[in-house]
Ligand binder design. Structure first.
Ligand SMILES: Cc1cc2nc3c(=O)[nH]c(=O)nc-3n(C[C@H](O)[C@H](O)[C@H](O)COP(=O)(O)OP(=O)(O)OC[C@H]3O[C@@H](n4cnc5c(N)ncnc54)[C@H](O)[C@@H]3O)c2cc1C
Length: 439
């Protein structure tokens, strides 16, 4: 009897999961691959993280979706791994399981007042404007000044969306209620706070230029003595960042609508306010010769009504799956999952849950290229067992996965909703509406 083709489960239909499926099928088109996600929508943070106005990056979804053209690949939406389908289920049903669940928690500042209303994470803000069904409405009522803590691209995304004029966001696919909130907001000052200097910022020149060179944005930089910023030994990205920032800060913008302030060498030490945020207290910092960052005790309070921390995403433990809580990742060796120092046969991780929350979409393609040789090499040596039927396991729990055709129906519904507002597409952002479409 001919051997059945190996069966592989990928948990998470974000970029890393989909690139892994693509790379697996390129090496062996006969493999059978099921891709699970707890959402009925594929693409992970490409749909729910990448800024809505970055349409060229969003277009990567078209290429990623091609993996579902293969008759051997199934999308299994609305299945929460760890709840509807466990690690033991996956190991009983598949020859190999690849965890690609990303990083869905955020880092905290760990300062008093962080819990006040008006203080939240950029992750929550991004989930809201991206129309994630788990997103919570973010009211900008009475918000004139915003502090964004962190100097990476996520901070710039948030600042840029607040800086954009009312009509500029119409071509995006943002949900209507988000668009309405962003059209009428009165934010006129955004401060981006970095605990070290501009030479340490992690944003990239394209994103910085896109914001800092806007004709309606006045850039201010505080806390920096430009003559003291080191120039030797800096990589090209940092040199370009410094040039863009300095030039923007030195160019007066007539009638600017928004002031964008970069406050370097400051760290948050408290969020102030009674019922909701009225300020963010910052302490000036300095770096000693030992390279350790210290507070100087010199405090100022920025009057702001919204504080968003954009200091990184981190992985959330998947029930039953080994987890390195310190780094927020699944521990691996050559992409193979490691538990208590022992490599687990047939289990792998890829993407943010393997590397931590760093890297752009393309980094996950390279990562997928690394996990696939390990999976294929192990499939050669692992014994081909009799496997359980995943559909039977799910149906015994009353779970009916949504399919890729269901996702296409969501896409069509978003296009037709968009056309009623004269837009190309409007995201459907509530669970109930998504479930109605999926049926
Ligand atoms: C705000 C933001 C903006 C970004 N902008 C850009 C950009 O402009 N350009 C760029 O190149 N990169 C950008 N990135 C980076 C890019 O989004 C990541 O590199 C990429 O999404 C990581 O892919 P991933 O597959 O590892 O994780 P994710 O994209 O997070 O995918 C993980 C998937 O797993 C699913 N999942 C999680 N837990 C479970 C579970 N228990 N059961 C079932 N499914 C589960 C999730 O629903 C999700 O679909 C941005 C990231 C963020 C956060």
């Amino acid at each position: 009897m001919a051997q059945r083709p190996p069966r592989i489960a990928i948990i998470g239909a974000g970029p890393s999961g989909l690139y892994t499926a693509q790379a697996l099928l390129q090496r062996d088109p006969e493999l059978s691959v099921d891709i699970y996600d707890w959402l009925p929508t594929p693409f992970g943070l490409l749909r729910y993280g990448v800024a809505p106005d970055h349409t060229s990056i969003k277009a990567v979804a078209v290429a990623l979706a091609r993996v579902f053209d293969s008759p051997h690949v199934r999308f299994r939406g609305l299945v929460e791994f760890g709840r509807h389908f466990t690690r033991a289920d996956a190991l009983a049903c598949y020859d190999a399981v690849v965890y690609a669940v990303g990083s869905s928690e955020d880092q905290r500042m760990g300062v008093p007042g962080e819990e006040l209303e008006g203080s939240s994470s950029a992750r929550q803000f991004v989930a809201w404007y991206s129309g994630h069904p788990g997103g919570v409405h973010q009211s900008l009522d009475g918000v004139n000044r915003v502090a964004v803590v962190g100097v990476g691209n996520v901070a710039l995304d948030v600042a840029r969306l607040l800086a954009k004029g009312p009509d500029e966001l119409d071509p995006t696919d943002m949900p209507e209620d988000v668009l309405a909130e962003l059209r009428r907001h009165t934010v006129h000052e955004v401060t981006i706070v970095g605990r070290r200097g501009p030479e340490h910022a992690s944003y990239t020149p394209t994103e910085l230029r896109e914001l800092a060179e806007r004709p309606d944005v006045q850039v201010l930089v505080t806390g920096v003595d430009w003559d003291a910023v080191p120039t030797d030994g800096l990589d090209r990205r940092t040199q370009t960042n410094l040039a863009i920032l300095r030039e923007a800060a030195e160019a007066p913008v007539e009638g600017a609508r928004v002031t964008l302030r970069f406050a370097f060498w400051e760290r948050p030490v408290g969020v102030t306010g009674a019922e909701r945020v009225t300020g963010l207290t910052l302490e000036r910092t300095t770096m000693g010769d030992d390279g350790v960052l210290r507070g100087t005790g010199d405090l100022t309070t920025l009057p702001v009504q919204l504080v968003l921390r954009a200091i990184g995403y981190r992985g959330r433990p998947v029930p039953g799956v080994p987890f390195d809580a310190k780094h927020g990742i699944i521990p691996t060796e050559e992409s193979r999952v490691v538990q208590d120092g022992v490599v687990q046969p047939g289990e792998y991780a890829v993407g943010w849950i393997k590397r931590g929350a760093t890297g752009v979409i393309g980094t996950n393609k390279l990562d997928a290229g690394q996990v696939v040789p390990s999976v294929l090499a192990d499939l050669q040596t692992l014994p081909r067992r009799e496997l359980a039927d995943p559909d039977a396991v799910l149906s015994s729990r009353g779970v009916i996965p949504s399919t890729f055709e269901d996702w296409r129906r969501i896409e069509d519904a978003e296009a037709s909703l968009g056309s009623t507002f004269g837009r190309v597409r409007t995201k459907i952002s509530t669970w109930s509406d998504l479930i109605d479409i999926v049926g």
